[in-house]
Every structure is written in C-alpha cells, then in structure tokens.
Design a protein around this ligand. Structure first.
Ligand SMILES: *Cc1c(COP(=O)(O)O)cnc(C)c1O
Length: 368
C-alpha cells in the first residue's frame, strides 16, 4: 500500500472517543447493552423516528430491512443502477430480483421520473440510495410508492446528518439504514443503524438481528431463524461520542466542498450538483471527467502527486455477477450510471483536511 500524503478519507477519532470505548471495555459488558440502547435513543431522536436498532454494519441493516418488510423469493425490488454494490447484494441475499433504474447525471441519485416505467405486479419495494450524502427526491419518490402500493427503504449509509427540507435522511420511507464504516462521516469501525416508525418492522429487525429471539422475552422465546447482527457496546460508545461533533464535521466538509466548487476550473471536469432544499453531508465529493481515459489518467496523475482518489460507486448492472444474471446493456439502458462509474472520481474530503490542501488538489486538476 502506498502511503498517500493526502488520503481519500480519514476518520477523526479523538482521545475522548477512545476513552469512552475504553471505559466500556473496563466494565466487561461488551455486547448490545446500555451503550447500544443510548446510541439507539440518540439516533431515533436525531432522525425523528419512533425506533432505532443498532446493527453490525450497513449491509446487515439493508438485509434486515428487507426481511422486516417480508421481502423474499420472486419479489422485485427497484434500486438505482449506480450505488455501492451492497445495495444490490442485500436484495440478492433474500432471493429477490434487482430492477435497476438510471440516475440523475448531476445528483447521482435515482431518477424519480423513471421509476414508474419498471414497476410490475411483482414489485414490492424501492430502495432509495442517498448517494454520497445527498438526499434523493423523497417527496416525489414517496408519491410514486404510495400510488403503486410499494414499500420504501432508504439506504442512508452515507447520509447521517443529511436532510431534505429539514427532514432527516432515513425518516421519509418505511425503514432507513445508516452505516458507520470508517469511510462515512463518523464511525464505530464496522456498524450500522436501522430506523423506522413502525413498531412491527422494528420488532422484526430486533428479532432477526439477535438469533430470532422475541424482543423482551424471558426465558428466550425463539420465534424465527435469525442472525447475529448485533453491535458491541464499546463500538456504540465510540461512535456516540462522535455525534457531539457531527454538525461541526459536516460544516467543515461543506466548507471544503465550497473550496472545490470555487477552485476547480478544468473545462472537462463536471462538478456535482446539489438539489434544492438539501443539506448535503458530503460523504464523498464526486466529479465527472469527460471520458474514462481522462479519469484514469487524472487518477494516476493525482496518485503520483500523493493524492488518493477512487471510483465513487459501481454501475451495478455492469458488474460481473449482475451482468451475467440480468444481461443488461448498461450503455443504452443506464447511460448516466455507466458514466458515473467509468468517468467519476471521488476526491479527498474529511474533517481534518485543510483548505490549502483542497486548493492544492484543485490546482493539480486544473493543470492536468
Ligand atoms: C457504505 C455503504 C453501504 C454499506 O455499509 P457497510 O457498513 O460498509 O456495510 C451500503 N450502501 C451504501 C450506499 C454505502 O455507501
């Protein structure tokens, strides 16, 4: 591994966060106890849902969300053609089929105007992804879902702290799922959180994450064949303490994004767009190059200069497993998703990155 002078991302873990984790380790109470409960209450208040359940990671969260909605074999789930692969994998894991929809070229979120075209009798739900921390057009998507009797899961993995017209990501649909992987704004190492305001969904999530045990039963009543998708208490304490800085972290990243907006002037680099009413959480600052060759060359050039970049996400129907299974022609069916995958570049953005460094990266891009 190359040591980059400027990495793509870097979690900001303070001494105080570490002390919190250590304090919990010293109690010997390590798994899904008091700290996990505190973390859950905090997140449900922040997001404004009735319930929250901490889980071992964001992908486990998506898997549980689908199970809680009763989705299984033969069902069709609509997902954006451009996302992190886990969105689609979770659908495959419950035996359902992915139905892909192209994205907006500037927001990188599902194109809400193309959803209705692909709805069939077998369609059960839409998984909306708030890609890179920008909320998708939830008011419109909820209208489409209501008109067609579909459930909505929000893959809000990147979107803790992101809002649309002051309403928090994850609270629009039936179930929302967050991730606290180190590439997100705040982190528990691995970790996730499911939010919902439906008691029944929450009970199912809590049952499936804990070996199928009926929540609150004593002695344990095993009502389902569940998983172990629990979070540890020291992870909950580690990430809960970071929530005190979440606003500051997002503000700092917003300032850095505005430096990119001011400084990048390359005529073949397209900057991301921000939807009206949205507060972006800037999990990723994602630009589009003119073509794939330019993206690859720019990536190599920045690497040479000590700047780490990466692809933003995948054009999922073009990835081997999905290409073989669904046989889509992404070039004609999902041109925006394919372009975002093959020409997109995620630039460094994290709370301890300095404005001068963003200027330096922008200058390198302009000179390229
Ligand atoms: C990070 C991410 C996930 C997966 O979260 P993990 O905690 O790494 O499992 C899922 N979907 C999206 C859109 C993500 O960005």
């Amino acid at each position: 591994m190359t040591e980059f002078m400027i990495p793509l991302g870097r979690p900001e873990i303070c001494e105080e966060d570490i002390s919190e984790a250590v304090r919990v380790l010293r109690t010997g109470m390590l798994v899904q106890g008091v700290e996990v409960s505190k973390f859950e209450s905090f997140v449900s208040k922040l997001v404004n849902t009735s319930y929250a359940s901490a889980v071992s990671n964001g992908t486990a969260g998506l898997h549980l969300a689908l199970l809680a909605l009763g989705i299984g074999y033969g069902d069709e789930i609509i997902i954006p053609a451009f996302s992190f692969i886990a969105t689609a994998n979770s659908v495959e894991l419950v035996g359902a089929r992915c139905v892909f929809v192209d994205i907006h070229p500037g927001y990188f979120n599902i194109d809400e105007n193309k959803i209705e075209e692909v709805i069939s009798e077998r369609t059960k739900a839409i998984i909306v992804v708030h890609e890179f921390g920008l909320c998708a057009n939830m008011p419109e998507i909820m209208k489409v879902a209501d008109r067609n009797g579909l459930k909505v899961i929000e893959d809000a993995a990147c979107a803790i702290g992101a809002t649309l017209y002051k309403k928090h990501a994850g609270s629009f649909g039936d179930i929302g799922s967050f991730s606290f992987h180190p590439r997100k704004s705040i982190t528990s190492g691995e970790g996730g959180m499911i939010v919902t305001s439906e008691w029944e969904y929450d009970q199912k999530v809590k049952t499936f994450r804990n070996h199928g045990i009926e929540p609150g039963s004593f002695p344990n009543n095993f009502i389902a064949a569940g998983f172990n998708y629990r979070m540890t208490d020291f992870q909950a304490a580690l990430v809960l303490n970071q929530f005190m800085r979440l606003d500051y972290i997002i503000e700092t990243k917003t300032d850095l994004a505005s430096v990119y907006f001011e400084e990048i002037k390359h005529k073949s680099v397209r900057l991301p767009e921000i939807a009206e009413g949205a507060k972006h959480s800037w999990q990723t600052f994602h630009v589009l190059c003119e073509d794939e060759k330019m993206r690859n060359n720019l990536m190599a050039y920045l690497k040479e200069k000590g700047v780490q970049t990466n692809y933003g996400a995948q054009c999922i129907p073009a990835m081997s497993y999905y290409r073989n299974k669904y046989n889509h022609n992404s070039e004609t069916e999902f041109p925006n998703a394919l372009k975002a995958y093959s020409c997109g570049l995620a630039l460094p953005i994290y709370s301890t990155l300095r404005k001068e460094q963003v200027k330096y990266i922008s200058e390198l891009i302009n000179k390229f």
